[in-house]
Design a protein around this ligand. Structure first.
Ligand SMILES: [Zn+2]
Length: 349
């Protein structure tokens, strides 16, 4: 079921805007009626009530109804159609109307979490441990971190460097210190990502390019975990005040130092779509706060709120979503989709 919130947003899209999206030419609150041969505009719009009516064929109603009628869509699909056109995030509701079959499936997943079949040799992490990469240099050169802070963060997260092209390796190591995979990323001197080089996973590289000794078997499959999850097994429990979750590894790395006094463990999903409720399972019992990035419509925030609600059910505990950036970021910053580090940097004299 589409959430009430989404439906409300869709219903607030002006009727004339929807008519235009459907290809109708709106002029002085009128248009040619698409439902009967019409040469003189007989479809009228009432912006105050956000409805339309044709005084010839009698068809009328709200925007969603207009889309259903004109495009031959179901109610749900018409809502989604408008949402898509207007970049409104479609949230699914898991309240009373929660689909039983789906719930059954999810419960099954909860009680039999994906088995971790394959892991990488932890020797690999040790052997690649080095700060000789673009990222570690850039965060120091741009003065985001001091050299000592960079070194501390790098040793905390056990980041490594690729052998030949100075990429950084962000390992995904779980709370039992099993190495699930490693993500290779490239950065520019301004500490922004080098988007010309796609991120890669160590497991892909080892599958496809690995020399005999290192080559992974074809069936090898990674089970992802949060970046920084291993800290749970490293930092003494009584010292952990909470877990802060951000999108990018870079942000977690930097916040671990810039906001160190809060004694939060900073972890990253590694991507906007990668925040899944089951990833939070190992964190059960801890205070969890999500820090979504911003965007002009607050879509990431809404999406993470949705995931947080599902995770709350899964973990039976509250999960907080910080609306800090939604409140303080300027329109300009939201356009740039800033995260908490960008915000802190922007404030620095
Ligand atoms: Zn008509």
């Amino acid at each position: 079921m589409i959430s009430k919130y989404t439906v409300e947003k869709v219903n607030s899209v002006p009727i004339e805007r929807i008519a235009q999206l459907l290809g109708l030419e709106v002029n002085r609150h009128r248009a040619l009626c698409p439902f009967h041969p019409d040469t003189h505009p007989s479809l009228m719009f009432k912006p105050q009530k956000n409805i339309y009516r044709c005084f010839v064929c009698g068809k009328g109603g709200h925007g969603v109804g207009l889309v259903m009628e004109k495009e031959g869509l179901s109610y749900q699909d018409a809502v989604k159609w408008i949402a898509g056109q207007e970049h409104i995030l479609v949230e699914e509701d898991e309240g009373a109307s929660f689909n039983k079959q789906k719930k059954g499936m999810e419960l099954e997943e909860i009680f039999s979490p994906k088995e971790v079949k394959y892991t990488l040799d932890s020797q690999l992490v040790e052997s690649r441990r080095s700060n000789n990469n673009e990222f570690c240099e850039a965060v120091v050169q741009t003065r985001i971190l001091t050299r000592e802070q960079m070194q501390r963060a790098a040793s905390l997260y056990r980041t490594g460097s690729t052998l030949t092209d100075r990429g950084i390796i962000f390992w995904q190591i779980d709370e039992q210190q099993r190495v699930r995979d490693g993500k290779v990323m490239h950065y520019l001197v301004n500490a922004h990502r080098n988007r010309e080089i796609k991120p890669n996973f160590i497991s892909w590289l080892m599958k496809n390019k690995g020399q005999d000794v290192y080559r992974l078997p074809a069936e090898w499959e990674a089970t992802r975990c949060l970046f920084g999850l291993h800290l749970l097994g490293v930092v003494p429990q009584e010292e952990i005040m909470g877990i802060a979750i951000v999108e990018s590894e870079k942000t977690a790395f930097i916040c671990s130092q810039l906001l160190a006094e809060r004694r939060f463990l900073w972890m990253a999903t590694g991507g906007l779509q990668s925040l899944k409720p089951e990833l939070l399972l190992p964190l059960k019992g801890h205070r969890i706060i999500l820090f979504p990035d911003t965007d002009p419509q607050g879509q990431t925030y809404a999406q993470w709120c949705g995931t947080a609600r599902r995770a709350q059910q899964l973990l039976s505990q509250p999960i907080y979503v910080s609306d800090f950036l939604e409140r303080v970021a300027t329109e300009e910053q939201k356009k740039e989709k800033i995260d908490i580090v960008d915000y802190l940097m922007g404030r620095r004299p």
